[in-house]
Write a protein that binds this ligand. Structure first.
Ligand code: GLN
Length: 207
């Protein structure tokens, strides 16, 4: 089966998608979003957050992102923006930050929330147990995406309003609730921009 060409921006209204640039693989998300046809900007301050049509929370280390968000005065503005319907997409650490509840938070670790799910950090194992696997993602056409799992979390359980988009090994690894999308894996590292295209389509259809 031929895979749809990536890097071909989908048509639609121009949108600006921010990437939360406190820690993590910010550059990779900026590149994937640009390839998916969005304007991009790094977000570190509440004023920058207020100016975007959607926001990506990158992979990295959720405990660090949590700490830095508090330090930069972003935790409450981000929570409010997500509650207010700002489209958000989180990969890996970003998925953890979008969980309403984490099973094993580091002391003081706070999430932004937005998805009614319980997440287990590092569930798939440690750094040296990282792996890649083909993952079918509901809403992404053209065959499975290559899931890159790096100290990846999984979703233990979801509330009634959460749609499960993908599972791997019997565990939930991609979800969506309204305008919030999250994957336990890292599409930004693969050069396949279909998950980012799905998110940009959500941003375009919002607001
Ligand atoms: N285990 C990391 C965390 O707790 C996530 C790893 C990742 O983003 N690749 O944030």
């Amino acid at each position: 089966m031929s895979r749809p060409a990536t890097g071909r921006p989908a048509a639609g209204r121009p949108v600006t998608v921010g990437v939360l640039a406190l820690q993590g693989d910010v550059r990779e998300h900026l590149a994937a979003l640009a390839a998916a046809g969005a304007g991009t900007v790094q977000v570190r301050r509440p004023e920058e957050l207020a100016a975007v049509d959607g926001l990506v929370i990158p992979g990295g280390e959720s405990t660090t992102i949590s700490k830095l968000a508090a330090l930069f005065g972003l935790t409450e503005p981000l929570r409010a923006a997500i509650r207010g319907g700002l489209p958000v997409y989180g990969s890996c650490a970003g998925l953890i930050m979008l969980a309403d509840k984490i099973l094993d938070p580091r002391s003081g670790q706070e999430t932004f929330g937005g998805i009614d799910m319980i997440v287990r950090r590092n569930a798939f194992g440690r750094q040296n147990e990282s792996f890649e696997a083909a993952v079918d993602v509901s809403g992404v056409d053209g065959g499975p995406v290559q899931g890159v799992f790096i100290r990846a979390p999984w979703v233990e359980s979801v509330g009634a309003d959460v749609e499960v988009l993908a599972e791997h090994g019997g565990h939930i690894v991609a979800v969506r609730q309204g305008q919030a999308l999250a994957t336990a894996f890292h599409p930004e590292l693969t050069g396949d921009h279909r998950v980012h295209e799905l998110f940009v389509a959500t941003v375009r259809s919002t607001g």
